[in-house]
Each structure stands twice: as structure tokens, then as C-alpha cells.
Write a protein that binds this ligand. Structure first.
Ligand code: ADP
Length: 536
């Protein structure tokens, strides 16, 4: 670069790379589209799976676009932005990640066509913003209200979210489990799946054994075989205290010189433990679940009182146990009272397989946290099931919170495209071009659904446009038999929230990428191998 005086002025460190203007835009758009392309074939119930192998050789087989993106080791900054969008979509609403990413890719593709025609990026950004607002309006207007009592619709929502995950035969049962779980934990319209649904995976057995436990399952064993294996009508103490003798290591605070003194001290400590266990028993507890340690002596006293106990219960399990059983976590066992105790119909230590026990705390009355125990042949399969169940729980939660649904199968996208093109015609100037580009881009969803189902995408779009032109708003791609079908009748439904969020996320990231016309990248530090390590 030459300065005014003719001397070059260098403002970047040596080795930095810089792309400016159209070149930068083109590279960024290409990177974003490559990411979208990577997940496009997973979209919809007929989408294909991807097998991903990481550098450790661990395998993930998934149909979930979001998972594909997490697992890809992505370098390009713009590609990373797209992955972030998927993550945000997943966190916000739990589904629609592939849709958001595919749509972002298509919005950028259409934008590039406009850039080539000389439309300024700012005009495109403005037009896309207008279009996004219009899309939300159209989606709202075609949505249908649902109430909590509309169980059938909630089941359909769960099933639509789980399609394509290779569980067709079990979909009905799993949908029931998901709906019951979401209804159970709903609290004032809020469905906190992350903190209130525990998913426990058991390899072996079949998916058909999967069950909803109205309580919590701990991956622990009871402390001592002398304790009862099963307690009915359980009154549960949740303890956040240690029931152990103080250890007398070299750094012990108490120094005792005589052997007698040591014995006395230990006896005294035991007495304290005994009193603590007695206090729990007096409060009425017959099950003690402790977040910290329980020593041999305390375990013996607990068994003597015929209590079932477990130690080192995880922090998140303690919180869920409190929500499920209605217990209050006790800090000082001496202060325990019957009001602190939680309830469950049964607490049972079950042997799951060789060397593996679990404690089931079940039959809780009105539990505000529940567990889904999933069975399956392999860990890879169980992980995919966990993702499917999570997505389904989230979407049912979305509907319980926002109470509106739209038909799936590309119907909302076709409707948005049709109405948006009409709207574009009312605009003037170049903004019209951008709004129309947005409308055309949205059709990538039904087109891809058709393509992934082995249908002719052009025929599908033409047929769908005709139906929507006649006012049939719920028509989408019939992925099973070809052609088009009413998605509401067919039970293919999605939360309005998921669609709104997908369009919003896609538009946001596309416009963010379009606004960049200068990419300055610092020189990357070479990774130096540690001494003694080969560079490869
Ligand atoms: P995402 O991550 O975007 O949710 P999916 O792979 O789950 O991606 O695909 C969701 C799309 O598949 C939605 O547009 C949804 O309406 C559609 N879909 C799901 N089930 C069906 C079905 N039975 N028939 C037609 N479309 C369906």
C-alpha cells in the first residue's frame, strides 16, 4: 500500500492476511454455504445420518444437524458464526437448528446473486430485515392455538421432533413419555428441561423398555448390604453434611498423645455420629441420601435403624431430588425435622447388570423433576436417543409456554414465500429485490425436504405454490407418499416459536456476514511440539 508521500505504510503485523471488499464477501459467503451444505442432507424425516469420527476414534452417528456442527472441527471464522447460530437456536428452543443453518446458507446464496448484479450490501441487509419482520407476521397469522389439555397435539409435536431418528416403531410410546414428563415438570408455564428432566441411559435391553420414572434414578448403590433393598412409603432425608469420623492424619488439628486419649476421642466421635443418625430417624426418615461422605460407622448406624442410604449424590441430583420428592436439603442432621423430609412411594436399589446398581426413587406425588430411563443396544444409539428425547422435550415445552403451533413439512415456508412475494411487489426500488430474494430463499426448506425424500424438488414446489395460492395454508411435502398433503391433518406440527426463532437466527447471521467487507487475520502461531514429542 502506498502512502501519500509515496512510501508504503504498513499497519499490519508481518504475516497478517487481509481480504477486502467483494473478495472478502465472496469468501465469507462460500464458507457459510459450505457449512449449510454439510447439514442439508440431514434435514427432515427422510434425511440421512452422518457418521463422525473424532481424532480419538470416537464415533457419533447422528441425524441431528446441530450435533454434526458441534462435532465438526471448524476453522473458518464465518463458518464458526454459523455454528454459533445453531447453538443459540438449540439453547433457545431446542429444535430447528438444521432449518436455521440451511436457511442462512440460502439467504447468503441469494444475496450473492444480488451482489453480482451490483446491489449494495446495505440495501440487501435492509431488505432482509424488512423481510424477516414480515415473515414473523405471516407465521403468526397462520399459527393455531393449543392448550395444555390438547394432549394429542402435544404428542404430535413430540413425534415431529423425533422423526428421522430411526425410532419409527417406538415413536408413539416415546411421545407419551415426553408429553407426560413435560406436563409433570411444567411450572407456571415454564418447562425447564435442562434442570428438571434427568435422562439415564442403560446399554442392553431394548428401546421398548424405556420408561418414565416419576422421581429420580441415581446411578448409585446402597451403602451397605445390611440396609433394606427396598423401602415402601419412603420418607427421604436429603443431607448436605458429612457422616464420617474425623480423619486423624499428620495434619490433624487435634493432637493427642495417649492411646487412651485417641480411643476416647474416637468413641466420642462415634457417639456424635450415632446421635446424628438417631436425629434423622427421629425426624421419621427411612431413606438418607447424602451429598457428601458417609463412613463405616455411620453406615452401620443407618443400617441398624433399617434405613436405606447412599452417599456422594451429585449436586444436580440433589436439586432434582428436592424438586421430585418435596424434600428440603438438610445441612445439620441434628436439626432435621419431619417437615424437611420428601416422599416417594418406593425407593429401591435395583441391580441393572453385573456390578451395576441404580437406586430408583419413584412414585413421587406431583414431582417437579422426573427421570427418563432409556434402554438401547449401544452407546452410540443411546446418545442419539438422548438427543431426540431432549429435542422433543424442548419443543413440547415451547408449546406449553407459548401455546401456538404451525404445520410442518415446509408448509410455513411456502406460505411465507408466497405472501412475501406479494408483499415485495408493493415495495419499490432495490429493497424489493432483497425482499423477493428472501422469499425465494425460504423455499429451500420444502425443496430440501422433497429432495431428501427422493422426490422431484421442482414438482414439489410447483404443487405447493398452487395449493397455497388456493388458500390451503397447511399443505406441505408428503415425504412418505410423494406429492403434497395437509400437515395439520397428518399430525406434522411444530411450535411457532421454533419457526420464528429459525427465521430470526438465519436472518441475523446472514446480515451479520453481509455487513463484513474487510477481513484481517493475524498470523497464526505455529504450534510447537513439546520436547520429546514428534511433531506428528
Ligand atoms: P431441524 O434441526 O431443523 O429441526 P429436522 O431434521 O428435525 O431439522 O427436520 C425438521 C423438518 O422436517 C421440519 O421442517 C419438519 O416440519 C419436517 N418434518 C418432520 N416430520 C415430517 C413429516 N412426517 N413429514 C414432512 N415433514 C416433516
Amino acid at each position: 500500500m502506498a502512502g501519500m508521500s509515496g512510501y508504503p505504510i504498513i499497519i499490519l503485523k508481518e504475516g497478517a492476511k487481509r481480504d477486502v471488499g467483494r473478495e472478502a464477501q465472496h469468501k465469507n459467503i462460500t464458507a457459510a454455504r459450505a457449512v449449510a451444505e454439510a447439514v442439508r442432507t440431514t434435514l427432515g424425516p427422510r434425511g440421512m445420518d452422518k457418521m463422525l469420527v473424532d481424532s480419538n476414534g470416537d464415533v457419533v452417528v447422528t441425524n441431528d444437524g446441530a450435533t454434526v456442527l458441534w462435532e465438526l472441527d471448524i476453522e473458518h471464522p464465518v463458518a464458526k458464526m454459523i455454528v454459533e447460530v445453531a447453538r443459540a437456536q438449540d439453547d433457545e428452543v431446542g429444535d430447528g437448528t438444521t432449518t436455521a443453518v440451511v436457511l442462512a446458507g440460502e439467504l447468503l446464496k441469494k444475496a450473492e446473486e444480488l451482489l453480482d448484479k451490483g446491489v449494495h450490501p446495505t440495501t440487501i441487509v435492509q431488505g432482509y430485515k424488512t423481510a424477516e419482520a414480515k415473515a414473523s407476521e405471516i407465521l403468526e397469522s397462520m399459527s393455531v392455538e393449543v392448550t395444555r389439555d390438547n394432549r394429542e397435539v402435544l404428542r404430535k409435536i413430540a413425534m415431529t421432533a423425533m422423526t428421522g431418528k430411526g425410532i419409527e416403531a417406538m415413536k408413539e410410546k416415546l411421545a407419551d413419555i415426553v408429553v407426560d414428563a413435560a406436563l409433570a415438570i411444567e411450572d407456571n408455564g415454564k418447562v425447564d428441561v435442562e434442570n428438571r428432566v434427568k435422562i439415564v441411559k442403560i446399554t442392553g435391553g431394548s428401546l421398548a423398555d424405556t420408561e418414565l420414572v416419576h422421581g429420580i434414578v441415581l446411578e448409585l448403590e446402597r451403602l451397605n448390604p445390611e440396609m433394606p433393598r427396598r423401602v415402601e412409603n419412603a420418607r427421604i432425608a436429603l443431607l448436605d453434611a458429612t457422616l464420617e469420623l474425623k480423619k486423624l492424619g499428620t495434619d490433624a488439628k487435634i493432637t493427642i498423645s495417649e492411646v487412651e486419649g485417641l480411643r476416647n476421642f474416637k468413641e466420642g466421635e462415634k457417639k456424635v455420629l450415632e446421635a446424628q443418625v438417631e436425629a434423622l430417624a427421629k425426624a421419621g426418615a427411612n431413606v438418607v441420601l447424602c451429598q457428601k461422605g458417609i463412613g463405616v460407622a455411620a453406615s452401620h448406624f443407618l443400617a441398624k435403624h433399617n434405613m436405606l442410604a447412599a452417599r456422594r449424590v451429585k449436586d444436580e441430583d440433589m436439586k432434582m431430588l428436592a424438586l421430585a420428592t418435596g424434600a428440603r436439603i438438610i445441612g445439620d442432621p441434628m436439626q432435621a425435622s419431619s417437615q424437611d423430609l420428601g416422599h416417594a412411594r418406593v425407593v429401591e436399589d435395583r441391580k441393572i447388570k453385573k456390578d451395576k446398581h441404580m437406586i430408583f426413587i419413584e412414585g413421587c406425588r406431583d414431582p417437579k423433576a422426573v427421570t427418563i430411563v432409556v434402554h438401547g443396544g449401544s452407546e452410540v444409539f443411546l446418545d442419539e436417543m438422548e438427543r431426540a428425547l431432549n429435542d422433543a422435550l424442548m419443543v413440547v415445552g415451547d408449546v406449553l409456554s407459548y401455546r401456538k403451533i404451525v404445520p410442518g413439512g415446509g408448509a410455513p415456508e411456502v406460505e411465507v414465500a408466497e405472501r412475501m412475494r406479494e408483499y415485495a411487489a408493493t415495495l419499490s426500488g432495490r429493497e424489493q429485490l432483497a425482499v423477493k430474494a428472501f422469499a425465494d430463499a425460504v423455499e429451500v426448506i420444502p425443496r430440501t425436504l422433497a429432495e431428501n425424500a427422493g422426490l422431484d424438488p421442482i414438482d414439489a414446489i410447483v404443487a405447493l405454490r398452487a395449493k397455497h395460492g388456493e388458500g390451503h395454508k397447511a399443505y406441505g411435502v408428503n415425504v412418505l407418499n410423494g406429492g403434497t398433503a395437509d400437515m395439520l391433518d397428518g399430525g406434522v406440527v411444530e411450535p411457532l416459536k421454533v419457526k420464528l426463532q429459525a427465521v430470526k437466527s438465519a436472518a441475523e447471521v446472514a446480515t451479520m456476514i453481509l455487513r463484513v467487507d474487510d477481513v484481517i487475520a493475524a498470523k497464526r502461531e505455529e504450534l510447537k511440539p513439546k520436547p520429546g514429542q514428534s511433531p506428528h
